[in-house]
Design a protein around this ligand. Structure first.
Ligand code: SIN
Length: 189
């Protein structure tokens, strides 16, 4: 049986594993939020960055992509790779995935995704909400082994436009970070 993986953050533009198909679509009842701390990719333990996780949000949808992996061999390789890459995300969740906003019937069921939960016992890096200026300042400043945190945000913004998704949280944050950079306010304390 084919396995499907839903990506709503960096997985949108960088799968990093072999896949046989890629669908653009959305899951229901969740929104994308920059509430997950990153000390291994886009920040460091001393200065964590922020990456996206999913937050329950009634009536909302989160757009992203679903990757189909057919063979058992490719499935094992993908999971082995993702368990390392997504290791700061403490939950795996399974969703219905829709490709057609006008249809109530999902295109796929049981699409797996990684979530950084709000439980500090299992997700010590969870940061949660903060004023937009604070989140933007953190993103403008943080940098980790995978590169500057702001590149993650700007890349996500670009990829979401490409798949036809207008995500207000991402756009607002990206605009705020651009303002900070324009003003030359990035000073690491
Ligand atoms: C994802 O892309 O689905 C998870 C979050 C990330 O790795 O950016």
């Amino acid at each position: 049986m084919a396995m499907w993986i839903f990506g709503y953050g960096s997985l949108i533009w960088k799968a990093g594993f072999h896949y046989d198909d890629r669908l653009v679509g959305f899951i229901k009842g969740y929104r994308r939020v920059f509430y997950q701390g990153s000390t291994d990719h886009r920040g460091t333990p001393e200065y964590p960055g922020r990456t996206v996780t999913l937050e329950p949000a009634q009536g909302q949808v989160c757009w992203g992509v679903a990757y189909k992996i057919t063979s058992k061999e490719h499935q094992s390789a993908a999971l082995e790779y993702l368990e390392v890459r997504e290791k700061q995300y403490d939950r795996k969740a399974y969703f219905d995935f829709f490709t057609d906003p006008s249809s109530v019937t999902p295109a796929l069921c049981g699409v797996m995704t990684y979530i950084g939960s709000t439980d500090k016992k299992t997700n010590e890096n969870y940061l949660g909400p903060a004023p937009i200026e604070e989140i933007a300042k953190q993103i403008a400043t943080a940098e980790g082994p995978s590169g500057p945190n702001r590149d993650y945000l700007f890349h996500l913004e670009k990829e979401l436009i490409k798949i036809g998704c207008k995500d207000d949280h991402v756009i607002e944050l990206a605009n705020e970070v651009r303002q900070i950079l324009l003003k030359g306010e990035v000073i690491r304390s």
